[in-house]
Design a protein around this ligand. Sequence first.
Ligand SMILES: [Zn+2]
Length: 244
Amino acid sequence: MKLLGITAHPDDEAGAFGGSLLLYHSRGVETFVICLTPGQAATNRGQARSDEELAALRREEFAASCRILHVTSAEILNYPDGGLQKANFYEVVGELTRRVRDIKPNLILTMGPEGAITGHPDHSMASVFATMAFHWAARKDRYPEQLTNNRTPHRAQKLYYSTAPLLLPDRPPVSPPPNTAIIDITPFLDDKIKAFKAHSTQAPLMERVEKTMRKFGSKELFHLAARNHPSAIEQETDLLTGLE
Ligand SMILES: [Zn+2]
């Protein structure tokens, strides 16, 4: 069983679904994370003197976070932080589609098109790109030039958007997808917070994030956005429900 998470920035992997990465690793699932940008436009910059230095620091922090989360394989692509809405749609979806075809995940997790709790446009675009990669990886008429050297179309079984139980009062209002799965990550909350804190350039955010995670973080919420056969929505407590 394989799970692939697709995010926009280093630290999204911990914040959006770090507990679920840990939970499903503990149940023998191979986990993968693809992050589209190295986060070089962040407000909090640690000791970095340039975007390049910040990107390098955040790549290391991402690797450290993914080790804490026991991610089997993690990768940061090199798209511009803050610029995903201007990236080439066909190119980005193609890069993700190729990785979906190579990894062959059973389920894909990403953020919601509202942009998650912060409404960040990169989160929205990560959601849109990941959604199209989920659908198009399965079709032999999409990116057919990738289908060489034994690479075949891959049809993942479920696509989930992470979603939140609250709105942030000091951010633009977002309209989150309703939760259809509530995952209890209580045994993994401390390690999720530890993984978030591995992003030390983002230290000014830590106090607030930890407080929010301690208050709401024992559960991770998801919205089932697509699956590989017609179905009615059922409230789930396990993302693996119904998977072969
Ligand atoms: Zn982010």
